[in-house]
Structure formats: structure tokens, C-alpha cells
Ligand binder design. Structure first.
Ligand code: URA
Length: 194
């Protein structure tokens, strides 16, 4: 079976889509490879492409602060994106690019085995809830149980930077995420309230 190190090496040399052409670095993801909680964003931006780390720019700083506000450090969770290479001019990743990267995302889910996955924004929500018509405004605040994992759509931190009115709902989402995290970490199951 492929080890974590093999998976990282395979990702770093991937040329499965056109995004490989313009990248400086593959942004595989960062954090605890046995985390209970994984967060999935959209795609690396300029700062991430240069650093080789997810969420290190302004949106990343905000994400770090949101996590800290519920008592979680970046080292305790695993942070990644729907695609691992920066799309040109920070455009959203296209469907075929997401599809090309999907086996890596599935492999991370399989190896890490998180019980909870936070979907940061519309792109991650549509991809992982497998619903191209999903609306993040309608879905945030809901919880979805799929194959033993709980998925939590919420607004992307970059959306909060553009629209501070989204901060309050995201804070509510993360308070719930923290409550669920504590129950699952204690070996308890969650209520089936959606
Ligand atoms: N936005 C994302 O969606 N992902 C990153 O890694 C950085 C910014």
C-alpha cells in the first residue's frame, strides 16, 4: 500500500492537468496526518504557490485566527484545497482540473481518515457534497453525514474579508464544529439533527 511519503512525492511531481505548467510549488496540504478534522479550501493563491503551504496569505491568517478562537491550532488539523496548484490569476479551478486532482484529495481523506471535514466556500462544497448546483449561502450551517464522515459547509475566509457581515455566521459554524469535535474526540457520536 502507498505510504504517506509516497503520496506526497507523487503529488509533488504531478502533471495531470494544465495547472502544473504555471506552478512554483505543489501545495499538498499541511497539518496532522492523523487529524480528526480536515479543512478544504479552493486553490492555492500567489502566497501559497510560493510558500508551498496552504492558507498562508491574508485569508490564511484569518483562518488561523478563526481556528484559534475555538481553541484549535493549525498543527492539530489538516488543511488542504480542492486542487494543489495555483490557477492562473487566481481564477477558480475548472471542473477538469478539480477532477484531475480528486484522486489526491480522496487519498488524503482515506489515509488521514478525518471524522469531520470543513468545506471552506462554494468550490469545496460543490466538489465534496458532489452537487454542482449547491449554494453555499443556503448550505452553510448545515451538517452532512456521508460515508461515516461529517461535512460542514461554511463561507470561505476570503469571502469574510470582502464582506464582514459573514463573520457572525462563520463564528456560529465554528462553535458548532468545536462542540462536535469534542464529542467525537471523546468517542461519542453526534445527534442526527443535520
Ligand atoms: N484560498 C484557498 O482557497 N486556499 C488557499 O490555500 C489559500 C487561499
Amino acid at each position: 500500500m502507498e505510504t504517506w511519503a509516497d503520496l506526497v512525492t507523487r503529488a509533488r511531481t504531478c502533471v495531470a492537468c494544465r495547472l502544473a505548467e504555471g506552478r512554483h510549488q505543489v501545495v499538498f496540504g499541511a497539518g496532522d496526518p492523523s487529524a480528526l478534522l480536515m479543512l478544504v479550501g479552493e486553490a492555492p493563491g500567489r502566497d501559497e504557490d510560493l510558500a508551498g503551504e496552504p492558507f498562508v496569505g491574508r485569508a490564511g491568517e484569518l483562518l488561523t485566527r478563526i481556528l484559534a478562537a475555538v481553541g484549535l491550532s493549525r498543527d492539530q488539523v489538516f488543511i488542504t484545497n480542492t486542487v494543489m496548484c495555483r490557477p492562473p490569476h487566481n481564477r477558480p479551478p475548472e471542473a477538469d482540473e478539480q477532477l484531475a486532482c480528486r484522486p489526491f484529495l480522496e487519498a488524503k481523506l482515506r489515509v488521514i481518515g478525518p471524522r469531520m471535514v470543513v468545506l471552506l466556500g462554494a468550490v469545496a462544497t460543490k466538489a465534496l457534497l458532489d452537487d454542482p448546483t449547491a449554494s453555499i449561502t443556503r448550505l452553510r450551517g448545515t451538517r452532512h453525514l456521508l460515508q461515516g464522515r461529517y461535512y460542514y459547509p461554511t463561507f470561505h475566509p476570503a469571502a469574510l474579508l470582502r464582506d464582514p457581515a459573514k463573520k457572525r455566521p462563520v463564528w456560529e459554524d465554528f462553535k458548532r464544529i468545536r462542540r462536535d469535535y469534542d464529542r467525537l474526540a471523546a468517542g461519542l457520536e453526534l445527534d442526527s439533527d443535520g
